[in-house]
Structures are given as C-alpha cells and as structure tokens.
Design a protein around this ligand. Structure first.
Ligand SMILES: [Cu+2]
Length: 233
C-alpha cells in the first residue's frame, strides 16, 4: 500500500511540473454551529425502517474542529474549452436521503439518478435556466438520467413524496469545482496556471458566498475559507 502512495505522489509531482496544478484547501466554520436534528421519516415506514438510528439533517455538517462538509467550492468566470466528461454524475436516493447532498456537474454531462429504496420517490428539479423536471420513481424504477444543458447557479432538487429530501446542484461550463468532504477539505485538479476568482458556497449562507482570488503557478496552490455566524444587527 505504501508503495502505491509513493507512486501516486511521484505521478502528481511530474504532472505539476508541466504547468497544471491542483488547488486544495479547507473550509471551516468559526463559532458554535447548530446541532443537526434527526429527520422524522415516520410518514413513510419504508424510509423510517431503513435507518437503525434516525438520519440527521445534512444542512450543516461540521466536525469538532469546525471543518465544514458539503461546501461547494468553484472558480467563477473562467474560460474553458475542453470536453464535457463522459462519466456521469450520480445522485442517489438511498435511505430516503439524497447522496450527495450537494453536487456540481458540467453542462451537457449526464446525471444518473438512482433509486436504491423500496419505496416511491418523485424527483423534482427546480432549475430556472435549465428545464424543470419532475419524475416519479416507483421502487421498480432503479435508474433514470437527465442532462442540464446550460450553466446555472445552484438550485434545489427535492422529492415531492418526502418533504425532508433536498439536494443542491450547480451546473458549470468548466470542470473547476469540488465539494468539501467531512474533513472540510476539497481538491480541484488539473488547473492551468493563472489567477482565478474562487468561491465557497454553503446552503446556510446562501447570500453570503465567500470569494477570494488565487494565483496558480507551477504546482500546488492552496486556499482556505472561513464562514462565520452573521452578526446580529
Ligand atoms: Cu422521496
């Protein structure tokens, strides 16, 4: 295993030497965050029975060190002329929760929507620029797919059967975006040298995105974000 890690490290070093960098970083919340509340799924016994311990709201996931998960980090106003990825983005419905909670996709990229539950979902996307979609997925329908053709700022995808189910999706015209993991970290690979505006979005801070400028040159670049509780007036 150790050997493999070394090889990967060498490979990424070689790659950075030719002028494409990886932008990494961390997103934190400074202060005491709200407690994640358990979701009441009693309205659908199949959903409730799929959790031994009640699932918790994922609108604000912070670890004990303040690292924030599910933050969408992306470059803004960047020009890109490469291909749309042939691998689809995947949005799963499992345990009557959308996984991932937050996704970025590229315009024109296929989005695979799975139903891993033995119950009916009705997936309802509420984009404004792209076409709204609304599709019943009975338990027998395990997979559908959709495509967002145009770039669009973040919008909600919800389930019309289970009101607690919520996903946030943003559609990009470039591949420079990532979502933070449970350790608050993100990684945006293959970034050409240049200066970029980089944005961090978290659903609780809808209208208060954080923006920074980052210059990428010859190797890895790093940028951190800190959300704070809005000041009371
Ligand atoms: Cu549902």
């Amino acid at each position: 295993m150790r050997k493999m890690i070394n090889i990967v490290a060498i490979a990424s070093f070689a790659f950075s030497a030719i002028g494409a960098s990886e932008v990494t970083g961390n997103v934190k919340f400074i202060g005491k965050g709200p407690k994640a509340k358990p979701i009441r799924m009693d309205a659908d016994p199949v959903c409730a029975a799929s959790h031994q311990v009640a699932a918790k709201s994922e609108s604000f996931i912070m670890d004990k060190d303040g690292n924030l998960a599910n933050v969408l980090v992306y470059f803004k106003g960047v020009k890109y002329s490469g291909n749309v990825p042939s691998t689809p983005a995947v949005l799963d419905q499992a345990g009557c929760v959308y996984t991932p909670r937050v996704i970025g996709v590229q315009a024109g990229q296929t989005v695979k929507i799975l139903n891993n539950d033995a119950t009916m979902h009705n997936i309802h996307g509420l984009p404004k620029v792209n076409r709204e979609f609304n599709k019943g997925m009975p338990k027998s329908l395990k997979e559908i797919s959709t495509v967002f053709e145009k770039p669009e700022d973040v919008f909600v995808i919800k389930c019309d059967v289970h009101p607690w189910m919520k996903n946030y999706t943003q559609v990009f015209d470039h591949p420079y975006f990532a979502v933070t993991g449970s350790d608050g970290r993100f990684s945006i690979p293959n970034v050409p040298d240049g200066t970029y505006e980089i944005v961090a979005w978290q659903e609780k801070f809808k209208n208060k995105v954080l923006t920074q400028s980052i210059t990428v040159k010859d190797g890895a670049a790093s940028v951190n974000f800190e959300f704070t509780r809005p000041k009371k007036k």
